[in-house]
Design a protein around this ligand. Structure first.
Ligand code: ADP
Ligand code: MG
Length: 361
């Protein structure tokens, strides 16, 4: 029997990697219980029969819907569980990325003219996994909202166990969404099939980690890069994955994304033809943005500067955390040319966003 999740957690606390938090330990108890049940599978019959053996999760194992405020450690706890779940057919995926896969699968299936396109798509998922861990479940898109109910029904029917994190309780998913009444059965499914647990921890650890840390680096030199590398490593544990945001049929790629945090270069976000809708989608997906190598701006970079202002406004309004490196301090970033006067507001916002309590709820 492998080590209890709480014991692994306690070791990290003892090593100074984590602060002890009773609300997190409480979650680990639920996850440990689940882990033990998942491991409790019938042994694979040996010999000839073994070839027909499909590993199944025991019936009636309830997954977990873990929700609560940002930075409470939901992703960290789920990752700990996932890493130690003794089950081969497991997958951890950002919910948004998963739904994108489903949507493109549906698109393909429809081309082949099947009656019920969702069926083969769900079957393909079921073939590969018995445990699905979703990070950051949220539903904002009507096309997702209209299929998740049936999709999850099929997954649960096949005995797939789901563990998911979310910033809100099931009842608040797709809140104020179009045709919401068609979405309500999904909420019922989540409530019956998953144990819903709120993590009541009072600390926003992401905020905590940044406390007293510099978040604005000028000039953007090798030293700044190194300091940001260290912060990023501390925040993500050195992990990242690509997140693709779909905006009005376009794709915005965030190559370095992890647990609500993204890292990008100025030119990735402001040197491309992106607009307010893209930045809105970005702040919808990201609680913390690392933006590197912002150059000195002037009228020769009019479009880039305009996009930068829009980006900062979006981040500001969503109270997104910003770590930034730039050629100059905010007040000296844009001194000449059309738009430099309006930039004063952006500079002041950049200052305000450096304050210690920025982004806390
Ligand atoms: N008990 C803790 N002590 C120290 N850091 C923690 C603790 N719990 C979480 N963190 C760190 O705080 C940050 C936010 O945690 P995360 O799991 O991403 O939060 P959430 O998913 O709830 O938004 C991560 O860098 C994580 O490693
Ligand atoms: Mg998270």
């Amino acid at each position: 029997m492998s080590q209890h999740l709480q014991a692994i957690y306690d070791t990290r606390v003892a090593e100074g990697l984590l602060r002890p938090d009773p609300a997190q330990r409480e979650v680990l108890l639920l996850l440990e219980e689940l882990r033990e049940k998942l491991e409790d599978r019938p042994a694979k019959p040996s010999g000839f029969l073994g070839r027909f053996f499909k590993p199944v999760v025991p019936e009636g194992v309830r997954g977990l819907y873990l929700w609560g405020g940002v930075g409470r450690g939901k992703s960290m706890l789920m990752d700990l569980f996932f890493a130690h779940a003794g089950i081969a057919r497991k997958r951890r995926v950002h919910f948004h990325a998963f739904m994108q896969e489903i949507q493109s699968g549906l698109h393909e299936a429809r081309k082949s003219g099947v009656d019920d396109a969702l069926k083969p798509v769900a079957e393909a998922v079921i073939r590969d996994v018995s445990l699905l861990c979703f990070d950051e479940m949220q539903v904002t898109d009507i096309t997702d909202a209209m299929i998740v109910g049936r999709l999850f029904e099929m997954l649960f029917e096949a005995g797939v166990v789901i563990v998911t994190t979310s910033n809100r309780p099931p009842e608040d998913l797709y809140k104020d969404g179009l045709n919401r009444q068609l979405f309500l059965p999904f909420i019922d499914i989540l409530n019956t099939k998953l144990e819903v647990h709120e993590i009541t921890s009072l600390t926003d650890y992401r905020q905590h980690r940044l406390e007293g840390e510099r978040t604005y680096f000028a000039p953007a030199n090798a030293e700044s890069r190194q300091a940001i590398d260290e912060l990023w490593r501390d925040l993500t544990g050195g992990k990242s994955e690509e997140l693709v945001l779909e905006v009005k049929g376009r794709e915005v790629h965030l190559p370095r994304y992890w647990a609500g945090m993204a890292r990008a270069e100025f030119w990735d976000l402001c040197g491309q033809p992106l607009g307010p809708a893209d930045y809105l989608a970005l702040v919808g997906a990201v609680k913390l943005l690392v933006l590197e190598n912002v150059p000195r701006l002037d009228s020769s970079k009019f479009n880039e500067a305009k996009r930068f202002v829009t980006l900062i406004d979006s981040l500001y309004e969503a109270r997104t955390r910003l770590i930034m490196s730039a050629e100059e301090e905010p007040e000296r970033l844009y001194l000449e040319g059309a738009g430099s006067f309006e930039f004063e507001r952006t500079a002041s916002r950049l200052r305000e966003m450096q304050s210690a309590d920025w982004g806390s709820e």
